[in-house]
Design a protein around this ligand. Sequence first.
Ligand SMILES: Nc1ncnc2c1ncn2[C@@H]1O[C@H](COP(=O)(O)OP(=O)(O)OP(=O)(O)O)[C@@H](O)[C@H]1O
Ligand SMILES: [Mg+2]
Length: 402
Amino acid sequence: MELVEDCGGTSALAVHVEVLVKPRSTASKTDVRMHVVAFLDHHRVITGNHRWTEFDEQFLRQNVDSVAIADPERGTIDLKGCNLTVHIFTLNNDGLSTLNLEEDEELSAANHWLLPAAEFQGIWESLVFEDGVKTQLLDYVSTTIFFSDKNVNSNLITWNRVVLLHGPPGNGKTSLCKALAQKLSIRLSDRYTYSQFVEINSHSLFSKWFSESGKLVTKMFQKIQQLIDDEDALVFVLVDEVESLTAARNASHAGTEPSDAIRVVNSVLTQLDQIKRHPNVVILTTSNLTEKIDLAFLDRADIKQKIGPPSTEGIFNIYMSCLGELMKCQIISPRQQLLTLHELETISFMESNVSQMSLNIHLKHFTFKCSTPTVTLERFLGALDKAVDKELEDRAKMVSCA
Ligand SMILES: Nc1ncnc2c1ncn2[C@@H]1O[C@H](COP(=O)(O)OP(=O)(O)OP(=O)(O)O)[C@@H](O)[C@H]1O
Ligand SMILES: [Mg+2]
């Protein structure tokens, strides 16, 4: 969300509305936009993370799966004073494919998705970070893509469209890269007809390929180049665990790394440098060990964002979203509304039918602590068990008091 000038010359908040169209809908984007704007006209104040999936109007029922105002880092929004940008999209259900290099070999160069992908949907909303991290990244990357598209002279304003997310394992770096690409593919769907997401795993690249020197790397990048050549496509290249590439180069100075491996690393870095010259490419990288990344690579990244463990509030919200998912799939019933900590604060922790369950889990029972937010089934059930035990205990006390 950013400040923009509206037609009347006064500044208004720009609100992004994401409209997921049903796969079989044949309605034009213009019609969908018109109906969605009319629908939103009936709503005023909403929370920054609001999704409608049920509609009275027949057109929307037939053609639209959901209308979402997806800005969880925002509190409440008064739609009347806002400048609405409506993004209309469908999800790609093809799933993961691999970029194979040799017809007869099982050499998978990288994983590949067409965006927006059904598999990536919802990741953005499920990720909880410190205030502003997601919005800043999204705004920053969309600005760099916009600058490149408009041919802003990069000698005057320097940017590379390279993002580095670093921090301890299991804190959402890879997920955030995927979510960011998905979000941008939706937000920029008027400019780019579709987006590609290519995930290079540096780790397997090393273990499988280093004896093949840089030849296979060149081949892999030729494939990526073919995707980039389509100017209507926005291409995201994710290099996960980028330190394993650059660490090898550093080790070469110490003379402890085989020369083949060094050739692979140099080849990857040269190729990355080449593809990032294209305006429709964004390079996303992650690392657990920032100190092992070589300085030349670090310099290439415009944004170096540390992704640390989430706060207690973050962990609570992650558990709420897991609980919500289990309710949606009817594994836990009845389905009840769940509130984030921010929403509980907004209503001053007042008990009501709506807030009761979230309050119970947070205020009385949510004493669960963990160092990473990865929610394994065991941990999740453990936390729930605790909540349920405490609830039963409290009820027993109340009965005995009565
Ligand atoms: N801040 C967070 N909010 C919500 N879920 C999170 C968060 N951090 C991690 N998770 C969940 O934990 C799991 C692991 O996250 P992910 O693989 O993205 O972490 P990572 O930082 O890339 O880890 P690694 O460094 O080991 O590769 C994912 O399922 C993700 O949804
Ligand atoms: Mg990862």
